[in-house]
Design a protein around this ligand. Structure first.
Ligand code: NAD
Length: 490
C-alpha cells in the first residue's frame, strides 16, 4: 500500500502485513476507530490481527532471518540510507499524517520526520564502519590461547510502540534491529498506526526484502500474543511501566532478551543563578511539548526560593500565551491523543486537587478547539510530596512547581521517585552543574538545553523507567548477542 493511497481515503488499515502482503481482518468487530485528535472526526479503522496472523507474521520473520542475517553490513547500510532518503522525500505527507492523526502542530510533526530520518541515517553510518561488526581480539594473560569477541544478530525481534511519538519510536527500534541483522514484527499503537503503515511502505520501497519487516496491529492483547510467541528472540517495548512489567514476565518464559523504555516523572531544576527567561522557555518545552504526552516530560519543576516569584510570574505569562489549537504554523500545543486520554488526565487533576493541590494558573484554548481532544495547560503550585500529581506520571499538559532552598534539597526532591528517565538543570554555575549531573538519578541530564535528542546519544532510564538503552551503539548492540571464542595458539 503506497503512502498516496493511505492519505487519500478513510481506510480500514490492514490487521497485518506479512512478507509484504496486507492481510485484512475477517471479523470486522475486532478493530479500533482511528480519530483525528484535533477534530474528533473518525478517519479510519485499525483492524486487529488474529492469533493466526500473529503466528504467520512471526514465521515470516523467522523464515527471512537466515538470509537477512547473512547480508553484509554495507548492503544493510545502503538500504537504511535509502529509507532515510525516502522519509525525507515524503516529509510533507508523513508530517501531514502525524498532524491528521495526533493533531501535532507542524513544527512537532516535522521534527518527528527529521528524527526518524536521522535515526535510519545514523544506523546506516554504523553499518558502514567496519569496526562495528568486525571480531575484536582480546588481550589475555595466557599466550597459549588467542581470544576473540564477536557480535551476532539476536534473531527475530518483536517491536512494540506507543502512540505519543509513533514514527520516531518505531524508527528507534527498526533501524538498529535491521542494522544488526535481525528481522522484525512490529506492533504499532492501535491509535496512531497509519503513520507506521506509511513507514512500512517506505521500507518496502527502499528494497528491504519481504519478510524482514512484518506488522501486526491491534491492542495490548495482540502485543501480549506477539511477545509470547516462542520464535521471538528479543522484545523491544516502549510503553507504560505497568505493561512493561507484563512484557518482562512473558519474556521470562523463554528468557527472551528485553529492552524496556517505560514511564517517567522527571524534574527540571532552576537554580538561583539561572537565566529566568531561559528557565521559563525550558520549563514550557519540558512540560508541554506534545501536550505533555512525553515519557521525558519534566513536569516536576523545582525553583530556588530566591527566584521563585520571578519565575512564576514569567512562567504564568508564557503558559497563558501558549497557542493551543488544531495544527497551524503559529500553534504551540496540540490536543491529547484521544477523548479517553483527556478524561484520564482530567481525572488525575481532579484527584490531585481533591487531595489538596492548588492550580496556580492555566493556559487557554483557542475557539477552534471545541471538537478535538484538547486540554489547556495546567500549572499546580506547591503540591505535597504525596500528591498524585507530584508522584504519578500524568502524561498530559500538567506541571507541578515546588520551591527549594539548597542543592541537596533539590536533588533529594528530584530523586524522590522510583522512575529515573531524564532531568534538566538550569544554572550559570559549572561546578553546580557537574554535581547535579553526577547526583541526579536519570539516564540523561540536560544542562541549560532543551530536550535535545540525537541518535548518537543513548536513551533509557533507571528504576521503573526501564531496562537497557536505545539509540547509539548500545542501541545496536541490544539486537546482538555478545559471543567469545578461545583458540589454542599452537
Ligand atoms: P501502553 O503500555 O498502554 O501501550 C504501549 C504499547 O504496548 C501499545 O502498542 C499497546 O498496545 C502495547 N501493549 C499494551 N499491553 C501490552 C502487553 N501486555 N504486552 C505487549 N504489548 C502491550 O502505553 P501507552 O499508553 O500507549 O503509552 C504511554 C506510556 O508509554 C507512558 O507511560 C510513557 O511514559 C511511555 N513511553 C515511554 C517512552 C520511553 O522512551 N521511556 C517513550 C514513549 C512513551
Amino acid at each position: 500500500m503506497s503512502p498516496q493511497e493511505l492519505t487519500q481515503k478513510a481506510l480500514k488499515f490492514p490487521a497485518a502485513t506479512i512478507a509484504g502482503e496486507p492481510h485484512h481482518s475477517a471479523t470486522p468487530q475486532t478493530s479500533t476507530p482511528i480519530h483525528n485528535a484535533a477534530t474528533g472526526e473518525q478517519i479510519g479503522w485499525q483492524e486487529h490481527a488474529t492469533a493466526e496472523q500473529i503466528d504467520a507474521a512471526v514465521r515470516a520473520a523467522h523464515s527471512a532471518l537466515a538470509t537477512w542475517r547473512a547480508t553484509t553490513p554495507t548492503f544493510r547500510a545502503r538500504l537504511l540510507k535509502k529509507i532515510a532518503e525516502l522519509i525525507e522525500a515524503d516529509r510533507d505527507r508523513l508530517a501531514s499524517m502525524q498532524m491528521q492523526v495526533s493533531g501535532k502542530p507542524p513544527f512537532e510533526a516535522n521534527l518527528d520526520v527529521s528524527d526518524a530520518a536521522a535515526t535510519f541515517d545514523y544506523y546506516a553510518g554504523l553499518c558502514e564502519q567496519a569496526r562495528t561488526f568486525a571480531p575484536e581480539s582480546l588481550t589475555l594473560p595466557d599466550n597459549t590461547v588467542t581470544g576473540e569477541r564477536f557480535y551476532e544478530a539476536v534473531g527475530v525481534a518483536a517491536l512494540i510502540v506507543p502512540w505519543n511519538f509513533p514514527m520516531v519510536t518505531t524508527a528507534w527500534k527498526i533501524a538498529p534491529a535491521l542494522a544488526a541483522g535481525c528481522t522484525v514484527v512490529l506492533k504499532p499503537s492501535e491509535f496512531t498506526s497509519p503513520v507506521e503503515h506509511m513507514l512500512a511502505a517506505i521500507i518496502a520501497e527502499a528494497g528491504v526484502p519481504d519478510g524482514v519487516v512484518n506488522i501486526v496491529n491491534g491492542c495490548g492483547a495482540v502485543g501480549a500474543q506477539l511477545t509470547a510467541h516462542p520464535l521471538i528472540n528479543k522484545i523491544s517495548f516502549t510503553g507504560s511501566t505497568a505493561s512493561g512489567k507484563k512484557v518482562m514476565q512473558t519474556a521470562a518464559q523463554d528468557m527472551k532478551r528485553v529492552t524496556l523504555e517505560l514511564g517517567g516523572k522527571s524534574a527540571l531544576i532552576v537554580r538561583a543563578d539561572a537565566d529566568i527567561e531561559r528557565a521559563v522557555s525550558l520549563a514550557v518545552g519540558g512540560a508541554f511539548t506534545n501536550a505533555g504526552q512525553m515519557c521525558s516530560a519534566t513536569a516536576r519543576i523545582l525553583v530556588h526560593d530566591d527566584v521563585y516569584r520571578k519565575f512564576m510570574a514569567a512562567f504564568e505569562t508564557a503558559v497563558r500565551a501558549i497557542v493551543v489549537a488544531p495544527p497551524a504554523e503559529n500553534v504551540a500545543m496540540g490536543p491529547l491523543v484521544s477523548a479517553a486520554q483527556r478524561e484520564r488526565v482530567q481525572a488525575l487533576v481532579a484527584e490531585g486537587v481533591e487531595a489538596g493541590a492548588a492550580v496556580a494558573f492555566s493556559g487557554q484554548l483557542d475557539s477552534a478547539c471545541a471538537e478535538g481532544f484538547f486540554m489547556a495547560p495546567v500549572v499546580v503550585a506547591e503540591p505535597s510530596v504525596d500528591n498524585v500529581l507530584w508522584n504519578d506520571e500524568v502524561f498530559g499538559p500538567v506541571a507541578c512547581v515546588k520551591s527549594f532552598c539548597t542543592d541537596e534539597e533539590a536533588i533529594a526532591l528530584a530523586n524522590d521517585t522510583r522512575y529515573g528517565l531524564v532531568a534538566t538543570v538550569v544554572t550559570a554555575d559549572n561546578d553546580a552543574a557537574r554535581r547535579y549531573k553526577s547526583q541526579l538519578r536519570a539516564g540523561l541530564v540536560w544542562v541549560n538545553t532543551p530536550q535535545l535528542i540525537f541518535p548518537q546519544v543513548c536513551w533509557g532510564g533507571l528504576g521503573l523507567s526501564g531496562i537497557g538503552r536505545e539509540l547509539g551503539l548500545a542501541g545496536l548492540r541490544s539486537y546482538q548477542e555478545l559471543r567469545h571464542a578461545l583458540t589454542d595458539a599452537a
